[in-house]
Design a protein around this ligand. Structure first.
Ligand code: GAL
Length: 421
C-alpha cells in the first residue's frame, strides 16, 4: 500500500513538474545584463530598437548590451558568433535563421537550449504556422523563437523613374532582357547588385525562375543534382542576368545598391523585403507611390521565404533575462512592434495587420496564397557548411562565368555538406 501511495505521489509530482513552466521562464524583477547578438546594425536597427525599448519598459533593471556586427545577411556576424560559441563565450541570445542554419549547424552541434516548454507555456504551438514550427524543431525539441517572415524574391523599383524611362516591370527574365539594353543605352544600370552575398541572393531568385518550385525543392532534398542539365541552365541564366549589373557591385552594401535605384542610377534591384523597411523607415518613401515592388522575374505566385529567429545558447550567462527577451519576441505585442518597421510580416498567425503598411499587407496576402519555398541565402534550405562553401563557388562563377564547371563544384559542396541526407 505504502508503495502504491509512494508511486502515485511520484507520478503526481512528475505530472505537476511537466505541466509547470520552467521556473526561470517566469522569473520576476529581473536585473543584470542581457547581451543580444545580431547583424541588425545602423540602418537595419530601428525594428530591433523598438523591441529593446519594450523590453526595457518591462524590465527596467536589466541592462541591454546590443551587440551588433555590421554586414548584410550576417556575413560578418556569423563568423564572430562562431568564434564566440566555440570559445565558450556565447551571448545571451543570438539571431539565427529558421531552418538548416539553426538545425543543421547549432542544434546538430548540441549548442542550443530546448525551448519546447516555453512554446507550450506561451501557447506558441498554435500561434505560429505549423510549417514554421517544424523548421525550428526536431524530434528532440524546439530551438528558437521566430520574429518574422521575410520574402527574398522581390524586385524593387521607383514608379516615377520607370514612368520617366517608359518601361514596365519585367514579369519574366525575357521581359527583362528586352528592356535591359535600352536602359543600358541611356546610361542606367538595369539591375543593381552589391557585395557577394547579394549575388547568392539574386541567384536564388534566378534559379527558382529557371527551375520552378518543384525542382528548386528537389535540389535541397538531394533529388536533383546541381550539375544536372537543369542545374547548369540556372547558372547560364544567372550569367546572362549578371551582364546587366553594375561593375562595382562587390564594394557596395545592399543599402547602397538600393540607393542606386532610389537615385535613378539603376532601374531594379532584387532584394529581400528588409528593403521595404529601409525604403519606408529610413528613406521615408511611401509604398506604392514612392517605391514599387513585384515578384522577381519568373517567380510570380512563388514566395521564397525566410524567418529570423533568436535562440538561447547553452551557457547563456543571463538565462532568465534571455528567456524574458524570447517571450517578448514571440508575443503579439513584440511582433507587431518589430515587423512594421522591419519590412517583414509577423510570424504569428494572429498579427494585427492594421499596424502594417501596404507593402506588408500585400506580402501577407501572398504568403497566404503563394507556393512557399525556402531561401538558401538566408538559412532555410542548407546548413552553414554548405552556405560558406557555396559563397566560394559563387566567387568562382563571378570570375569564370563557367556554368558547367560551377554546377559541378556546387554539387561537390552539396555532397560534402550532406545536402538532402
Ligand atoms: C537577412 C536577414 C534580414 C536582414 C538581411 C539583410 O539574412 O534575415 O533580417 O537583416 O539579412 O541584412
Amino acid at each position: 500500500m505504502k508503495n502504491i501511495v509512494g508511486k502515485f505521489f511520484f507520478v503526481l509530482c512528475m505530472a505537476l513538474l511537466l505541466s509547470c513552466p520552467a521556473p526561470s521562464a517566469y522569473a520576476k524583477d529581473l536585473s543584470g545584463d542581457l547581451e543580444i547578438f545580431s547583424w541588425w546594425a545602423g540602418d537595419e536597427g530601428p525594428a530591433l530598437n523598438a523591441l529593446i525599448e519594450l523590453y526595457e519598459k518591462q524590465n527596467p533593471k536589466v541592462k541591454i548590451i546590443n551587440a551588433t556586427v555590421t554586414g548584410g545577411s550576417g556575413v560578418n556576424a556569423k563568423a564572430v558568433l562562431k568564434t564566440r560559441m566555440l570559445g565558450g563565450e556565447p551571448p545571451d541570445s543570438f539571431q539565427v535563421h529558421a531552418g538548416q542554419e539553426l538545425i543543421g549547424t547549432w542544434v546538430e552541434a548540441e549548442r542550443m537550449e530546448n525551448l519546447a516548454s516555453l512554446f507550450k507555456d506561451e501557447g506558441w504551438l498554435d500561434a505560429f504556422p505549423k510549417g514554421l514550427v517544424k523548421l525550428i524543431g526536431t524530434d528532440k525539441g524546439i530551438w528558437s523563437v521566430p520574429v518574422n517572415i521575410h520574402r527574398s524574391n522581390v524586385c524593387w523599383y521607383i514608379p516615377a523613374n520607370l514612368k520617366k524611362w517608359g518601361i514596365e516591370v519585367p514579369k519574366t527574365w525575357d521581359d527583362f532582357f528586352a528592356v535591359a539594353p535600352k536602359l543600358k543605352a541611356k546610361g542606367i544600370v538595369p539591375l543593381a547588385l552589391a557585395q557577394n552575398w547579394t549575388a547568392n541572393h539574386l541567384w536564388e531568385s534566378v534559379a527558382l525562375a529557371s527551375l520552378g518550385p518543384d525542382k528548386w525543392d528537389a535540389l535541397w532534398s538531394g533529388k536533383l543534382a546541381f550539375d544536372s542539365p537543369e542545374g547548369i541552365r540556372a547558372w547560364e541564366l544567372f550569367g546572362k542576368v549578371l551582364e546587366y549589373t553594375n561593375d562595382d557591385a562587390s564594394s557596395l552594401s545592399w543599402q547602397q545598391a538600393t540607393d542606386m535605384v532610389v537615385d535613378g542610377k539603376a532601374a531594379f534591384n532584387i532584394m529581400g523585403d528588409w528593403a521595404a523597411g529601409y525604403l519606408n523607415t529610413t528613406k521615408k518613401l511611401a509604398p506604392v507611390t514612392g517605391f514599387g515592388w513585384a515578384p522577381s522575374p519568373g517567380t510570380g505566385g512563388e514566395f521564397i521565404f525566410l524567418a529570423d529567429s533568436f535562440g538561447l545558447p547553452k551557457g547563456s550567462p543571463h538565462k532568465d533575462n534571455a528567456l524574458a527577451w524570447l517571450r517578448l519576441l514571440g508575443s503579439k505585442e513584440g511582433s507587431d512592434a518589430f515587423n512594421p518597421l522591419k519590412g517583414s510580416i509577423s510570424a504569428r498567425v494572429d498579427s494585427d495587420l492594421s499596424k502594417y503598411n501596404d507593402y506588408a499587407k500585400s506580402a501577407a496576402k501572398d504568403f497566404g496564397k503563394d507556393r512557399i519555398v525556402g531561401s538558401l541565402a538566408h538559412g532555410v534550405t542548407a546548413n552553414e557548411g554548405f552556405m560558406n562553401d557555396f559563397a566560394s563557388v559563387m566567387e568562382m562563377f563571378l570570375k569564370s562565368k563557367n556554368a558547367a564547371v560551377t554546377g559541378k563544384a556546387a554539387q561537390q559542396v552539396a555532397t560534402k555538406n550532406k545536402i538532402g541526407r
